[in-house]
Every structure is written in C-alpha cells, then in structure tokens.
Design a protein around this ligand. Structure first.
Ligand code: FES
Length: 125
C-alpha cells in the first residue's frame, strides 16, 4: 500500500511538471554575462531550462535556486523527468536541489550566482 501511495505521488508530481513545462512561457533576455528571467512568468513549483547555457531556474515553495544542468559526470546537458534532472548520456539522476541520487555522477550540480531584483531573476554566467 505504501508503494502504491508513493507511485501515485510520483505520478501526480510528474503530471504537474509535464503540464507546467508544456504551458510555461517565460520571458527572458540574454547578454554575454547574464540571463534575465521575468519572475512573474516562473510559476511556483516549476523549472525553467535554458539549455543553450546549461542552466535551470527552479522555483519550489517560492524559493528560487539556479543550478547548472551540466552533468557532473562527463558534461551532458540534463533533462527534467518528473521531479528530477536526468542525464540522457549515462543515466545519472539529480534531485531538483542538485543533489546526486544516482550515478555514475558522484558530485552534486553546481549552483549558479543570481539575484532577484525588480521582479526579475538575473543569472550571472
Ligand atoms: S554524462 Fe551524465 S551520466 Fe555520464
């Protein structure tokens, strides 16, 4: 019964993230040294991937974090799969807070400097 509940929780979280990614429209602008995301468009409990910069902005329980999505194993760009980051190359998995949960990667994801100002997330590259 516990396994079934866990599966249901996992399925609901996955459905939420898929829905969020499908309909999330985020305004962003980029310069050589920074990327700016409109905070109003990054809804709570969602992740926004900036794949060309290998960066993810994560907003969970109204806490914002920015992580590198460059796999700490050999550098592939991670994808979001439900409520984890997953590497398409060799299968490493990371929680959305960057903690590695499955190898071959052994190091957590790197945090990226950012600040929130005037309702925008400014990410420093
Ligand atoms: S590059 Fe990600 S697991 Fe190997």
């Amino acid at each position: 019964m516990i396994a079934r509940r866990s599966f249901v929780k996992w399925a609901l979280a996955s459905a939420f993230f898929i829905f969020t990614f499908k309909f999330l429209k985020v305004t962003k602008s980029e310069t050589k040294n920074s990327v700016t995301i409109d905070l109003n468009n990054l809804s709570n409990n969602s992740v926004y991937l900036i794949k060309n910069r290998q960066i993810a902005a994560i907003r969970m329980d109204n806490n914002i974090n920015v992580l590198s999505i460059k796999c700490t194993h050999l550098g592939c760009t991670l994808n979001v799969a439900g409520d984890i980051f997953k590497c398409p190359c060799h299968g490493s998995e990371f929680r959305l807070d960057g903690e590695v949960i499955k190898g071959p990667a052994s190091k957590n994801l790197n945090e990226i400097d950012f600040k929130v100002e005037n309702n925008k997330i400014i990410i420093y590259l």
